[in-house]
Design a protein around this ligand. Structure first.
Ligand SMILES: CC(C)(COP(=O)(O)OP(=O)(O)OC[C@H]1O[C@@H](n2cnc3c(N)ncnc32)[C@H](O)[C@@H]1OP(=O)(O)O)[C@@H](O)C(=O)NCCC(=O)NCCS
Length: 169
């Protein structure tokens, strides 16, 4: 993600989270933070931004602090592809574990993260100020462990074969 991406990113952020969205200055702060990594997912044909992710690196762990796919491109396996990319990068960087907070009501996101080995390990009561909703705290096991790497490889391959099949039925 670059400064020039923020107009599109903030538009998506606002359309998903409304008044509770990250402000432009929150993204600017993250871009200036050497412990943060920010990605955008672009449509190959239109060059439009269709998703983005923000990762904080804290010691040897990665904290996913923002992760979204634009509304009209959800449910097309793009979130899964972006998560695979993020996990592959963090393995490459030798980070050990990934964590995030997710709304109790956000079953869609929980299912995606669970598919890649994140487990619910805690709860932050009333974490979200808008509606006082609790956050679930999810963690991966050690992503550098060979068991996790094998599991991750299998999940990624399954996605690739299902995408290939749907493109060449
Ligand atoms: C959550 C989000 C990132 C998922 O991305 P997506 O591109 O819509 O999801 P994908 O098409 O890649 O689906 C991958 C997996 O996610 C889960 N999932 C996605 N949509 C789902 C739904 N409607 N119901 C249940 N699970 C769902 C499933 O595990 C799915 O795998 P499966 O199809 O094999 O069951 C996206 O919907 C989004 O941006 N939502 C709004 C922002 C948000 O909630 N971000 C996460 C904050 S923690």
């Amino acid at each position: 993600m670059m400064l020039r991406d923020l107009e599109q990113v903030c538009e998506i952020e606002k359309s998903i989270y409304g008044e509770n969205c990250w402000s432009r200055s929150s993204f600017v702060n993250e871009l200036n933070n050497t412990s943060s990594v920010l990605w955008v997912l672009e449509d190959r044909i239109t060059d439009q931004i269709i998703g983005y992710a923000v990762l904080w690196i804290v010691d040897l762990d990665g904290h996913i602090s923002n992760f979204a796919i634009t509304k009209n491109r959800q449910a097309q396996k793009l979130g899964e592809q972006m998560l695979i990319y993020l996990i592959a990068k963090t393995i490459e960087w030798n980070l050990q574990k990934l964590t995030l907070e997710v709304r109790v009501s956000n079953l869609k996101a929980q299912k995606l993260y669970q598919k890649y080995g994140f487990l619910i390990e805690g709860r932050r009561p009333k974490y979200y100020v808008d509606n006082q909703e609790d956050a679930l705290i999810m963690w991966t096991p050690n992503i550098l462990d060979s068991n996790y790497k094998n599991f991750f490889e299998t999940q990624s391959q399954l996605l690739i074969s299902s995408l290939t099949k749907s493109q060449n039925p």
